[in-house]
Design a protein around this ligand. Structure first.
Ligand SMILES: [Zn+2]
Ligand SMILES: [Zn+2]
Length: 389
């Protein structure tokens, strides 16, 4: 069976249909009345999934029509799923070397305080996005967050998800110290920021190509209208004072300028980029990890943070960024409150050039007051790694 055929057979059977595979790449379906109505098929029908159809079969492909019918059948099911896994979680060896290799913390020092088995809860989100301009881009965006530490899962996510299919469903022991599910506002805060950054990155090549084409069209418009204006100016200069045709040339120049502005507006509309993201599904994943307690020191300050090592992905998760929920990469620590942020969160001000912490000073530079163009967050949304919930 091809994949779509297997998927359809599975789904139809769950909905109470009797399903029999037929050759080539088809299904014979006996559907109960509710299912007949839901996806507009008769009681007895044949469906074909390959390039050659069985006799008297309807063709089922990934055309929007059939996807919409399947979506109607599935409804809200699967939008929220919860899995509890209990893979082997042996003590971690060579932690110091692992930290040296994985932790990029150039302006602070850290010390490992302890390590041990723990439980955590992840939320893994799928969003569908559309970027619409004179062209359209669509895609899926997936990211996850560890509710115990606040870490985003970027570097570990793909390997983790690959392992999910082969893991047995389990249950957590009664004494498992699970982090609580965050409240709605906190989750939305993380999703909003995480989505923004990842969308920006995903769409960057598309946005750059729009920008290039827009600049090229603007240059063409300018050249064309500039030539017309210069011609009009030349004709005007050739006419003697008091000649009635001079006024007509002046009028023409005004009209050319007006036309130029209108065409520029058209271009701006044509290349305007509208991005929408729609939530598709969330997976709650409960599983054991190895938890590292670490002390981070910067100047005279210090703070505790926790980092998890995921035994399925076999990866150390990244330190959470208090500014933008960035995934992997370098982290810097701010002087005043020891916020751990990605380099963008401690970047130089666009006005005075002085670096400042975007979590301590959301929105604008404390030195010169210039508003920050990058997305900002308020301090109460800080996903403090040592203080979940
Ligand atoms: Zn400044
Ligand atoms: Zn700070």
């Amino acid at each position: 069976m091809n994949r779509l055929q297997a998927f359809a057979a599975d789904l139809l059977q769950r909905e109470g249909a009797l399903v029999e595979p037929i050759e080539p790449e088809g299904l014979e379906v006996l559907a109960p009345p509710a299912l007949q109505r839901a996806i507009e098929i008769p009681e007895l029908c044949r469906l074909g999934f390959g390039s050659t159809l069985p006799p008297a079969a309807r063709r089922v492909g990934i055309e929007a029509d059939w996807l919409a019918r399947f979506a109607r059948m599935i409804g809200e099911r699967g939008k929220w799923t919860r899995r509890v896994l209990r893979p082997s979680n042996p003590p971690l060896a060579g932690v110091e070397r692992l930290l040296e290799h994985e932790l990029a913390l150039p302006n602070a020092i850290y010390r490992l305080r302890g390590i041990g088995a723990a439980w955590t809860r992840y939320l893994i989100f799928d969003f569908r996005f559309t970027a619409l301009s004179d062209e359209k881009r669509e895609g899926l965006l997936r990211f996850g967050v560890n509710l115990a530490t606040g870490s985003m899962l970027d570097g570990a996510l793909e390997r983790l998800l690959q392992r999910l299919d082969t893991e047995e469903e389990a249950s957590a022991p009664d004494d498992a110290d699970l982090p609580p599910v965050w409240d709605r506002a906190r989750i939305l805060g993380v999703v909003d920021r995480a989505l923004r950054w990842r969308l920006q990155r995903q769409i960057a090549p598309f946005a750059a190509s729009l920008q290039r084409r827009s600049a090229r069209d603007q240059a063409r418009l300018y050249d064309y209208h500039n030539r017309l204006l210069q011609d009009a100016a030349r004709r005007l200069a050739a006419l003697p004072e008091g000649d009635g045709r001079r006024e007509r040339e002046r009028q023409r120049s005004v009209a050319i300028e007006r036309e130029y502005r209108a065409r520029l507006d058209d271009l701006a509309r044509k290349y305007a980029l509208k991005i929408t993201a729609e939530w598709a599904q969330t997976l709650e994943l409960v599983m054991p990890v190895q938890r590292l307690d670490m002390l981070i020191r910067r100047r005279k300050g210090e703070r505790l943070v926790q980092l998890d090592w995921n035994p399925l992905a076999r990866r150390l998760e990244a330190l959470p960024c208090a500014f933008g929920h960035a995934g992997d990469g370098t982290r810097l620590v701010c002087d005043d409150a020891l916020h751990v942020v990605s380099p963008a969160g401690l970047a130089g001000c666009g006005g005075c050039g002085r670096p400042y912490c975007r979590v301590c000073h959301p929105g604008r530079c404390p030195k010169c007051g210039r508003p920050d163009a990058a997305p900002t967050m308020s301090a109460d949304q800080d996903c403090h790694p040592a203080n979940p919930g």
